[in-house]
Design a protein around this ligand. Sequence first.
Ligand SMILES: CN1c2c(nc(N)[nH]c2=O)NC[C@@H]1CNc1ccc(C(=O)N[C@@H](CCC(=O)N[C@@H](CCC(=O)N[C@@H](CCC(=O)O)C(=O)O)C(=O)O)C(=O)O)cc1
Ligand SMILES: N[C@@H](CCS)C(=O)O
Ligand SMILES: [Zn+2]
Length: 765
Amino acid sequence: MSQWISSNLGYPRIGANREWKKALESFWAGKVSESDFLAELKGIRLGHLRLQQEKGINLIPVGDFSLYDHVLDTSTMFGIVPKRYGYEGGEVSLDTYYAMARGNDQAAASEMTKWFNTNYHYIVPELADANPSLTVNRPLHAYLEAKQELGIEGKPVLLGLYTFLKLSKGYANAELPSLVERFLPLYCEVLSELQQAGVQWVQIDEPSLVTDIPAEDWKQIERIYEELNKVAPELKIILQTYFEAVGDYEKVVSLPVQGIGLDLVHGGEANLEHLREYGFPEDKVLAAGLIDGRNIWRSDLTEHTQVIKELGKFVSPDRLIIQPSSSLLHTPVSLAKEDALLPVLRNSLAFAEEKLDEIQLLVNIAAEDENVIQEALAENRKALSELKTSVFRSNGTVREAVNNLDESSFVRKSDFSTRHAAQQKRFHLPILPTTTIGSFPQTAEVRKARRQWRNGQLDNQQYEAFVDEQTKEWIDIQEELGLDVLVHGEFERTDMVEFFGEKLGGFAFTAGGWVQSYGSRCVKPPIIFGDVVYQEPMTLRETVYAQSLTKKPVKGMLTGPVTILNWSFVRTDIPRSEVAYQIGLALREEVEALESAGIEMIQVDEPALREGLPLKKADHESYLTDSVKAFKLSTSSVNDTTQIHTHMCYCEFHDVIDSIEAMDADVISLETSRSHGELIENFKTQTYDKGIGLGVYDIHSPRVPSVEEMKEVVVSALDVLDPELFWINPDCGLKTRGKEETVAALRNMVAAAGEARNEIQVPSL
Ligand SMILES: CN1c2c(nc(N)[nH]c2=O)NC[C@@H]1CNc1ccc(C(=O)N[C@@H](CCC(=O)N[C@@H](CCC(=O)N[C@@H](CCC(=O)O)C(=O)O)C(=O)O)C(=O)O)cc1
Ligand SMILES: N[C@@H](CCS)C(=O)O
Ligand SMILES: [Zn+2]
């Protein structure tokens, strides 16, 4: 029996067949009762625990499962429920919980934003007027359930207080000490109850420790962990960091906890450097995040064996835990259904289930079980070398094209003001033009047709005819609503990234590689495993057809290079910036094809550009420079009269506004409706001198916003933004909405635009 300990940090909730997603959606649709729903979820939860038990994981996380989002779980555990939901204390009901997540007739949903640099979205805790109390000890319940039902001695997972506060809104950083003062006793209560119940290990997630921590925060961080250690000295607390290297290594490892979890994949080299330079405290356990929790490639076991050997210099075997670099929430569940993948690719992949096997393998390797080592290492080396030498890996033409890029490849022919004048002359748009972001409802009917087409029940011609019918219906609707700039509706697309992944060379797509994005919504990121090659027009047919139906401009609709990169699983053998340029070059061909076909407005969406911003400021510049260049590479070859739009959503924009401006798009639409006031506030001090539309309503809620409320958003935006450059649009695409509510909301939006036009009394150009 080895001395090494295996651990996991979190398991995907959605289930191998997305049963979690389906259960949530059935419950919301009123098709199952609350008790049946909770029973079904319990079954899914226990299934995941059982699987980890069967895989031999020693420290199985409990409490990572959620009914929607783990940050929302933490807020509601502490009774952090904004007043508008009518909460009166005590355990938060399921109705209130889901109202916060999704909104209801009475109250808008809480803001949703990116979880660090991932495509997972959390519900932002609102601390203004908060009156925290411990409503339920969720980690304790999870621990007891696992123990009673499966005999598992689980490792409860908690979101750490520092990170929880950092992710919250409604306070100024100067108030951090008083918030710690109020929340810390509640965390103490949670931990002391866990200790009383006999819990041995606890994982406290503090990913904020990998960001740039203001000096004044350290006092609070130290205070939190000193206090928790005092109230629960028998618990073995693992302070878990991930997604990057910790910045203040010496401070982090000096905190009074029993274990420190470090990501040895993302920021791995920097964390290893810290270990080399400062060593590791003798009284602590090192939880080594060796298996990539963010990507789907098989681990290079030979390399890991070397790293484990090196770790042996810093910690004794009984103080080393082998685990993923972060929760496996961000990886698909299982490779079992992926037989259609090229064998060379499939053999190089590990999804969550296979990553658990890798952890066990590493534990055996670390324990120097010779038989396992030789066989496993040989097989692993063979698979990885086959991928490395595969013909898909490198394309001479693409490599040469990237090498030949020069400064002129990234700039438009004229500056914005020249283009703006030319475009105004060309399009004669009214002041405050209205548009939408691209997608219209992906109804059950649309999905059914696509399923039938994939199953061969519809041939290409029938499927295309179906897509055209939908497009025509929605062009007619947009005309009738009086929108100024139309879209074709994206009916041919499963997802804005997966769709392009299916059309470009160098990508593979999976049958069931789903990952949770927000709530019950999942995405199936494509895999970039070779050089990216443009093969044929991807969006031309549908766009040109839509444009043929109307005299109003129809925007061509593409997903930008940085977003395709960030929402795919990307090869790691060449720099990400090189992959971004390859995608940029491919999209440039598509942009040119659209322009040649008479499409004069082209939107290149970059919702993931901000999400990919490195967690440390020192790394921002090179990421932003490459990202802006990749975007400009795809968009800069067009004529002055061709209007380039872009769109971004669900993230903080103020810290990248200069880069957004540098993208040199003629128009940008930004999602703002869940945090409108804050964005407007930022524009008081930051200028933006190109076309801009701020989302005037939240598309994640079925609620139909009134004319009045949307007009207010417009009016407040016009206090800080130039009316002559301002556009009116929803927050994001409308694919998740129903038809009726979409039409009603857009009708109100167009009316709001009309009233705002009258009020501001700026003469139409
Ligand atoms: C803008 N957003 C996006 C992000 N990331 C992306 N990769 N793409 C995005 O658009 N990140 C930030 C935000 C997140 N927003 C969303 C919004 C909506 C979804 C979503 O609706 N996801 C769907 C899955 C979409 C899809 O691929 N649909 C397929 C159907 C797949 C399916 O369920 N098939 C069924 C059978 C078909 C049927 O009869 O329904 C099956 O397999 O059982 C399609 O359209 O063909 C979701 O349902 O979760 C995600 C992120
Ligand atoms: N054009 C896309 C952007 C989503 S971020 C859509 O409308 O769905
Ligand atoms: Zn969007």
